[in-house]
Design a protein around this ligand. Structure first.
Ligand code: SAM
Length: 333
């Protein structure tokens, strides 16, 4: 069965819009393969020199081919931004073309369907429980990734350059990592920081973050891991007089916890979140605030801060064609 998008023409007749026929799909597969062959040659050499195992090979480069291809140390994640013009056969066909041109066997190709409208979609839900994880390198750091069980893999490579900035700034600081996910920023800060505090509401991601620290030989008593809702943690930390000198704050675009009666929409709620973070920061600190909401509208006016510097798109790696993959600011207190 083929999915079809329909429009009405001036006579009220139903017409098809942008339908991807099997013939068109063959052209897409060929275009994708040609583009990847060239790009892989260029990027793999360059990243190998830098000790980077994971990078983006195709980033919806052509408007008709809504595919994203990521390389994970010899494995591939091929994703399609969901749409009605293609059927369930389309993504496997694109994945097969990509695998063939890069000489990757079928068992090392993982396909993902992504939604452009993510509100109310449970992004961090488990897809599988195969538990296959393997190590990948990003310069001087190693991370565990899992391509089979979740929509996201454990590593957001679009923040590769931001990790360097945090790593350099962390020396002798008390680092707070909020919405920490698998703790990749904690790993970047861990060697130099005086202390680190890693907060995420998911127990599995807190464990993953500890495993990442251990993998880098960095797990020690100066690192604290807290499974908590961020808002609740910040209010507790403020009343206990905890203070930090560097923070990385990377909330999801939306979240809802009906049981606890909490919900968050980054567009509406980021000023309040930053205000809560400011209550636990010492004067002279840096807060890095990041979001991957594609239609984010910043409202930083009225915050009690010294300066705010927009870091993106300068910090977005060259393999990301989408220069809006995330937006990131450095806030000085
Ligand atoms: C966008 S990811 C953060 C990515 C991370 N900064 C990185 O670069 O690897 C969002 C994370 O926020 C966590 N999260 C969602 N809602 C939360 C809440 N209310 N309190 C704490 N963590 C939450 C999720 O479990 C997930 O790990």
């Amino acid at each position: 069965m083929m999915y079809q998008a329909r429009n009405n023409n001036q006579y009220g007749q139903s017409i098809l819009r942008g339908l991807v026929t099997p013939e068109k799909a063959k052209v897409h597969a060929q275009t994708l393969a040609n583009s990847l062959r060239k790009k892989f040659r260029h990027l793999s050499r360059r990243f190998k020199r830098e000790g980077i195992d994971c990078f983006r090979l195709y980033d919806w480069d052509s408007p008709d081919i809504r595919i994203v291809v990521d390389w994970y140390a010899g494995r591939l994640v091929v994703a399609e931004y969901e749409r009605k013009q293609t059927g369930p056969w389309y993504l496997p066909q694109m994945a097969a073309a990509v695998a063939q041109v890069l000489g990757v066997t079928k068992d090392k190709v993982y396909i993902r369907r992504r939604h452009t409208n993510i509100k109310d979609k449970p992004r961090y839900k488990k897809l599988n429980i195969r538990g296959e994880r393997f190590k990948v390198r990003e310069r001087n750091l190693w991370f565990w990734v899992n391509l089979s069980d979740f929509l996201d893999t454990g590593l957001f490579s679009d923040h590769r350059e931001t990790r360097i900035i945090i790593g350099k700034l962390a020396k002798d600081k008390d680092f707070l990592n909020l919405f920490a996910y698998t703790g990749t920023f904690t790993c970047a800060a861990a060697a130099g920081a005086r202390t680190t505090t890693t907060v995420d509401r998911s127990q599995s991601y807190i464990k993953w973050a500890k495993d990442n620290l251990l993998l880098n030989g960095l797990l020690s008593a100066k690192h604290t891991f807290i499974q908590s809702d961020v808002k609740k943690y910040l209010s507790r930390a403020a009343s206990q007089g905890k203070r930090f000198s560097l923070a990385f704050v990377d909330p999801p675009s939306f979240y809802k916890n009906e049981r606890e009666g909490v919900s968050f929409d980054v567009n509406q709620d980021h000023p309040g979140l930053i205000r809560d973070v400011l209550k636990v920061m010492r004067p002279g600190s840096d807060i890095f605030f990041s979001t991957n909401h594609q239609r984010f509208k910043p409202h930083f006016e009225g915050l009690a801060i010294k300066e705010i510097i927009k870091l993106t798109p300068k910090t977005i790696p060259e393999d990301y064609r989408n220069r809006n993959v995330h937006n990131c600011w450095q806030i000085k207190t």
